[in-house]
Design a protein around this ligand. Structure first.
Ligand code: PMP
Length: 309
């Protein structure tokens, strides 16, 4: 697989070999960073790479950063410009995953947020499917989701991903593809790195933003598409057993895209095959991220023919 050659680091696009932090870096020791996952999709007919909802991702990054008192000398426009420049330097002609990470960069001992220098790095790598295709087998994790008053899931904090990693590996070692994590109230929060949707009686249901979830951009995309298609949507608390009784369950995320769940805790979901609501949304999503749906084209920023060039 082709690799990346560059990274944005310490204010410049440099060879990726030069983009290194110290073992003493505060964020490496304490998990005090915030990050994003953004994707860009290759459209072969147009010979163009489209970055999906880039502004929304950088707006979320800056919101996450403000929670950790990470001050950056860049706004959303700057970060979008830098990202487009990085992708052009890489000359990617395939799907890629973009990883910005803003962090406490001071090299000193002491757990705190105040009085430390901040920095941001951005790199992008070629990327294919994150989850197995055709249907996910999931388990409800024995690990609970981090609480807003412990480590806010709403801010995409590097250290909080220990929680996701524990859940994901527990599921993997038990022979499943993915974990579904409950919050401390015992209600469904999300997957290890995806939001979750259910279909019951034709209504598309997803836990509310107050359920200790990441406020996913794919989640927002799916809610928007469902409303545009006339599918009723409810954001409300979800019980564990509703997962077993749903007609359909699927996960959403930048890396995962829309991924159908066909089995949970060894119970077959619906017919055991991707359902009709999922299929409709998935087909539309796969087209629109590549700029193939005029109605949603504003979500896609072209890399090579961008007017900002
Ligand atoms: N929840 C968690 C915990 C995640 O890490 C992600 C991936 N960023 C998501 C949900 C999905 O969010 P998005 O659609 O913005 O990628």
């Amino acid at each position: 697989m082709a690799r990346n050659r560059f990274a944005f680091f310490r204010g410049e696009i440099r060879p990726v070999e030069e983009a290194k932090i110290s073992v003493m870096t505060s964020a490496f020791n304490y998990g005090t960073g915030v990050f994003e996952g953004i994707r860009a999709f290759w459209n072969a007919e147009e010979q163009e790479l489209f970055v999906f909802r880039m502004r929304e991702h950088y707006a979320r990054l800056l919101r996450s950063a403000s929670v950790l008192l990470i001050d950056l000398p860049y706004g959303v426009d700057d970060l979008c410009r830098i990202t487009l420049e990085l992708l052009r330097r890489e000359e990617f002609r395939e799907d890629v995953y973009i990883r910005p990470v803003a962090f406490k960069a001071s090299e000193e001992i002491g757990v705190r947020l105040h009085g430390l220098a901040s920095d941001i790095a951005i790199f992008a790598v070629p990327f294919k499917a994150y989850l197995p295709e055709g249907g996910i087998r999931a388990m409800v994790s024995s690990w609970r989701r981090v609480e807003d008053n412990a480590i806010p899931a709403r801010a995409k904090i590097t250290g909080a991903y220990v929680n996701s990693a524990l859940a994901k590996t527990e599921a993997y070692l038990a022979g499943f593809d993915e974990a579904i994590v409950l919050n401390e109230d015992g209600q469904v929060a999300e997957g290890s790195a995806e939001n979750i949707f259910l279909v019951r009686d034709g209504v598309l249901i997803t836990p509310p933003v107050t359920a200790n979830i990441l406020e996913g951009i794919t989640r927002d995309t799916v809610i928007t598409l469902a409303r545009d298609l006339g599918i009723p949507v409810a954001e409300r608390p979800v019980d564990r057993t509703e997962l077993y009784l749903a007609e359909e369950v699927f996960l959403t995320g930048t890396a995962a895209g829309l991924a159908p769940v066909v089995e949970i805790d060894r119970r077959t979901v619906g017919t055991g095959k991707p359902g009709p609501v999922f299929t409709r949304l998935h087909e539309l999503y796969e087209r629109l991220v590549r700029g193939k749906e005029p109605r949603y084209r504003a979500w896609c920023t072209p890399v090579y023919s961008s007017p900002a060039r």
